[in-house]
Design a protein around this ligand. Sequence first.
Ligand code: ADP
Ligand code: ADP
Length: 230
Amino acid sequence: DNVLVRVENVSKYFGSFQALDDVSLDVNRGEVVVIIGPSGSGKSTLCRAINRLETIDSGVISIDGEPLPAEGKALADLRAEVGMVFQSFNLFSHKTILDNVTLGPIKVKKMKPAEAQELARGLLARVGLADQAEKFPAQLSGGQQQRAAIARALAMEPKVMLFDEPTSALDPEMITEVLDVMESLARGGMTMIVVTHEMGFAKKAADSVAFMADGKILERQSPEDFFAHP
Ligand code: ADP
Ligand code: ADP
């Protein structure tokens, strides 16, 4: 099956407010889906549901054919397959960049520290941070911290990467360096779901663009069709 992420008829309520309204979304292996839509339309909730940071009230979300379980070890295993990068970088402030990246592989994947460090150094080089490994997050710029967050997510060798407004908290001059890393991941065949307001990224890197409003996916089109002006 070519579908890696399957969201089927998912609804989610916060109290009486319906944040997701019967959302269905299939993402194929290697596909890059950009989700755009107004603030409050449910984009973040959808990402968080795919990573099971939020429970859902109805519907099914499957990764690689396996429905996400509600809890337990199976959930931790499945979550390791879904890398997530948030608007705020969420790095551990008291750990070096290298330790931030090795933590997941050592704790969750039981990788030997030396092996995890080799993996981490390779990933840090890939995001342009080879010489920042021994620094602490506060010593890095926002753009560097976000690239470190991407390396940390990649260290778990995820099948899919979710990006929830990864550049929204960054100063303009740092946005490009993060988008460049994301574009290179996309070109490398990573399956990606990206919530962003960066239309340039959507035009260049997206295989399809989904438009959300009021908890629903209203349209899903190729970027060419989405951005075509009639
Ligand atoms: P978007 O990412 O498109 O801006 P969100 O998914 O963050 O939208 O939020 C969708 C709606 O759900 C918003 O109205 C938001 O206030 C609401 N919401 C999100 N999380 C919660 C929560 N934990 N409790 C109550 N309402 C929430
Ligand atoms: P993001 O910008 O990443 O979507 P938000 O600032 O919308 O993050 O939300 C941050 C956290 O607050 C999330 O865990 C979200 O579920 C929760 N949240 C968002 N809106 C509400 C709300 N109206 N009531 C309660 N919690 C909310």
